[in-house]
Design a protein around this ligand. Structure first.
Ligand code: NAP
Length: 303
């Protein structure tokens, strides 16, 4: 299995979860990572040749393409580089597979939907509200040129190996340091814990699923309620969470208000358990108690 973006949140957590199931090669760009049991290599998505060589030499059965620019506000004001990495980079990746029999899995986002009605199904219109969403959708179109590919539209939380935070880590960090946070009471999502997503992805590749699928928790919640759930598990001060409307927050890039996903198509296809968002937060907490974040964060190489 080849994983791009192995130094990122999802790539890293997937490599950690799946390393006993596959021989994994993980690719990073600026942040070298070491994960016991997997090989890692530096490769730039924008350099076509390096991917051709890697694919020729490693001959992956499965490629999980997680590498991407993901900062929504950065993407809004840096559209050229966003296009280069998220669209041209994905195109390069698809083209470098032309002589390979590799199964391509592309990680897309709930931000391809407009966030108005919520509970989006794959058959609903795509109408991204920001340039990040546009670029991810353009990436999907590149991936669809390769028959048999799998596209996953998701939203995630988990454990970063880098010095940055997923939404759940950010809530924990702010509340632990006695800082108050704002929680959107009218912004909804179906975020899923990366370790839960890893189990679903494993089932999907084992069954050679192809096409476009929403994949997240099977229920949704507001970001305010999500913060309360994290605070509850970690016994942090809930009074520090201030409920506000997303309309009262000044983002550079527009956000969809209700990006909740209908994940029933994928549930039916795979017949595996999809967690509720409460169960996903519970698993995140249980893994914390088991010392998983320390294990992940201590896997950095001394380079
Ligand atoms: N995080 C979320 O809530 C969320 C929600 C919905 C969808 N997604 C999707 O899930 C996927 C993974 O997201 P994430 O949060 O794990 O991302 P992330 O933590 O921001 O990591 C991005 C990864 O992409 C790599 N990368 C960036 N530019 C590259 C380039 N030119 N060549 C090669 N690698 C490059 C980075 O490498 P270096 O760090 O080594 O430079 C890093 O490993 C993305 O496709 C994203 O769109 C994420």
């Amino acid at each position: 299995m080849l994983i791009t973006g192995v130094s990122g949140l999802l790539g890293n957590n997937l490599a950690y979860c799946l390393r006993d199931k596959f021989e994994i090669l993980g690719l990073y760009l600026e942040h070298p990572v070491a994960i016991s049991g997997i090989r890692t290599l530096r490769a730039d998505l924008l350099s076509e040749n390096s991917f051709e060589d890697i694919i020729h030499e490693f001959a992956p059965d499965i490629l999980i393409h997680c590498a991407s620019l993901t900062n929504v506000d950065f993407c809004e004001t840096n559209r050229d580089i966003t296009d280069k990495v998220n669209v041209i980079g994905t195109k390069n990746m698809v083209e470098s597979l032309r002589h390979a029999e590799t199964k391509l899995v592309y990680i897309s986002t709930d931000s391809v939907y407009d966030g108005i009605k919520g509970n989006f199904a794959e058959t609903d219109a795509v109408k991204p509200q920001n340039y990040y969403g546009v670029s991810k959708y353009k990436g999907e179109l590149e991936v669809l040129k390769r028959n048999g590919s799998l596209i996953i539209r998701t939203n995630i939380f988990g454990w970063n190996i880098q010095e940055k935070f997923s939404i759940a880590e950010w809530i924990m960090n702010e509340l632990s340091n006695d800082r108050s946070i704002k929680g959107f009471k009218d912004a909804f999502f179906s975020s899923i814990y990366t370790f839960d997503l890893a189990k679903i992805l494993l089932a999907a590749v084992e069954r050679n699923l192809s096409g476009v699928f929403n994949c997240g928790s099977r229920t949704s919640t507001s970001k305010y309620e999500f913060a309360l759930q994290i605070a509850g598990h970690f016994k942090l001060n809930k009074d520090l969470i201030q409920p506000i409307s997303i309309a009262d927050f000044d983002f550079k890039a527009k956000r969809g208000k209700n990006l909740s996903l209908d994940v029933n198509h994928m549930r039916r296809e795979l017949n595996v358990d999809f967690p509720t968002i409460k169960e996903s937060v519970q698993s995140f907490f249980s893994d914390y108690e088991q010392g998983i974040p320390q294990k992940i964060k201590h896997l950095k190489p001394d380079i």
